[in-house]
Design a protein around this ligand. Structure first.
Ligand code: PMP
Length: 365
C-alpha cells in the first residue's frame, strides 16, 4: 500500500497525521469533552417519531437552507443571550468544524492568512491548511490569557483575513473578555470568528460575544450542539453573524449539505432545550469540584469556563497521562509541557479521576 506522501498530494498536507484523540480503551474516558449524560427519555421518544416522519421524505433532497432549523437556533440564541438574533443571521452545518471550514473557504483560501491565539483548538490551523489558508500564531500570556493591547498590535502587524478567538478556549478553559474581542475586531479588516463551542458552561458573569454582533458585520460567533446539548453524535454546529456573512457562506456550502434526518433531529432537540441543558449545572459543579481538589494534591489548574480543566504541573505530563491510564482514567495530553486536560462529567467519573490523581500525584509533580 502506498503512503499518501507517495501520491501527488498537496505539499502542505505531506507528512501530516489525521486529527483525533487517541482512542484507547479505558474505564473512564475523560479525553474528548463530551457530555456523559444520556439524552432525556422524552427526547428519545420524540426523536424516534420525528426521524420516522422525516424518513417518509428521504427520496427528496433536504431543505437546502434549513429554514425551520435556523429559526429554532435563532430563537435559542436570542432567548439565552438577550440579543435579538433573526433566522437570517444563523447558519448551520455538520458540526461547528464544518461551519469553520465554510468560513475559511469563503474568507480564507490561497494567498490569505488566518491567525489564532495558541494554544487553542488545534483544528483551526488544520482546517486552515485544508483550505489552503496560511496560518499565524498569536501570543498568549504565560497564564493563557490574551493581552488585548498585544493581540491588537499583532493583528495589525499580521493583517490576517480571518482571526480565531476561542472563548472559552480549548484546551485551557480561558474565557476572553468582550473588550479584548472588540479591540481585536477594530484592529483588523478581516472576519473575527469567536468559537464559542463551550459557551453554555461559562461561569456567571462571562457573557457571550453574541452581544457584540450589532454594528460588527465582520464578527462571527460559532456554536455547537456537541457539548452542552450532549449531542456530539448528531453533528450539528451553527453560527450567528450579519446576514451578509450567511449569504457569503452559501457561495461555498455544498448543496443539501445538511441531511433531512440531521435537521429533523436537531429541531426536535431544540424543542427539549431545557431538559438537555439541565446537565450543564451538574457538569459545572464537577468542574469546580476538580478545580477545588487540585491544590490539596499539590497541583494547580487554569481557571475554566468550560466543561474541562487544564491541570498540572507535572514533571513529565506524558508519564502522568500513562499513570492515570494505568488506573483506568483516560485524559488528554494536548502537548503542553507539564499540563493535562480532563473533561468534567458525572460525579462518579470525577470520583474515579480524583482517586487516581491522588495516587499518582506524589510521584509526578
Ligand atoms: N470548537 C472547539 C473549540 C472545539 O473544542 C470543538 C470540539 N472539540 C469544536 C469546535 C468542534 O465541535 P463540533 O464539530 O463537534 O461542533
Amino acid at each position: 500500500m502506498a503512503s499518501p506522501d507517495e501520491l501527488p498530494l498537496r505539499p502542505e498536507l505531506r507528512g501530516r497525521s489525521p486529527y483525533g484523540a487517541p482512542q484507547v480503551p479505558a474505564a473512564h474516558r475523560l479525553n474528548t469533552n463530551e457530555n456523559p449524560f444520556p439524552l432525556p427519555a422524552e427526547l428519545l421518544a420524540d426523536l424516534g417519531a420525528a426521524l420516522g416522519h422525516a424518513a417518509l421524505e428521504l427520496n427528496r433532497y433536504p431543505d437546502r437552507d434549513a429554514v425551520e432549523l435556523r429559526a429554532g437556533l435563532a430563537e435559542y440564541l436570542s432567548r439565552t443571550s438577550g440579543e435579538a438574533i433573526g433566522p437570517r443571521q444563523v447558519w448551520a452545518a455538520n458540526g461547528s468544524n464544518e461551519v469553520l471550514q465554510q468560513i475559511l473557504q469563503a474568507f480564507g483560501g490561497a494567498g490569505r492568512t488566518a491567525l489564532g491565539f495558541t494554544p487553542s483548538y488545534s483544528m483551526h490551523p488544520i482546517i486552515a491548511a485544508g483550505t489552503g489558508t496560511g496560518w499565524a500564531d498569536g501570543h498568549r500570556r504565560a497564564d493563557f490569557t490574551i493581552d488585548a493591547e498585544q493581540a491588537a498590535a499583532q493583528v495589525r502587524d499580521t493583517a490576517p483575513d480571518v482571526v480565531f478567538v476561542t472563548s472559552p478556549n480549548n484546551p485551557t478553559g480561558t474565557a476572553v473578555a468582550l473588550e479584548t474581542i472588540g479591540r481585536i475586531y477594530d484592529a483588523t479588516t478581516g472576519v473575527v470568528v469567536v468559537d464559542e463551542a463551550y459557551a453554555e458552561f461559562a461561569r456567571a458573569g462571562t457573557p457571550s460575544a453574541l452581544t457584540l454582533l450589532p454594528g460588527r458585520p465582520r464578527l462571527i460567533v460559532s456554536r455547537t450542539m456537541s457539548k452542552a446539548f450532549g449531542m456530539a453524535g448528531l453533528r450539528l454546529g451553527y453560527l450567528a453573524a450579519d446576514p451578509a456573512v450567511v449569504d457569503a457562506l452559501q457561495l461555498v456550502r455544498l448543496p443539501y449539505h445538511l441531511g433531512s434526518l440531521t435537521q429533523a433531529a436537531a429541531r426536535t432537540a431544540l424543542a427539549h432545550t431545557d431538559a438537555l441543558l439541565a446537565t450543564v449545572d451538574a457538569v459545572k459543579a464537577q468542574r469546580d469540584r476538580i478545580v477545588a481538589a487540585l491544590p490539596v494534591m499539590g497541583l494547580t489548574s487554569v481557571p475554566s469556563d468550560a466543561n474541562f480543566v487544564l491541570f498540572g504541573h507535572f514533571l513529565d505530563q506524558a508519564k502522568a497521562w500513562q499513570a492515570l491510564l494505568d488506573r483506568g482514567v483516560l485524559v488528554r495530553d494536548v502537548g503542553l509541557p507539564g499540563w493535562l486536560r480532563v473533561t468534567a462529567g458525572t460525579e462518579e467519573e470525577t470520583d474515579a479521576f480524583l482517586t487516581a490523581l491522588g495516587e499518582i500525584a506524589p510521584d509526578h509533580r
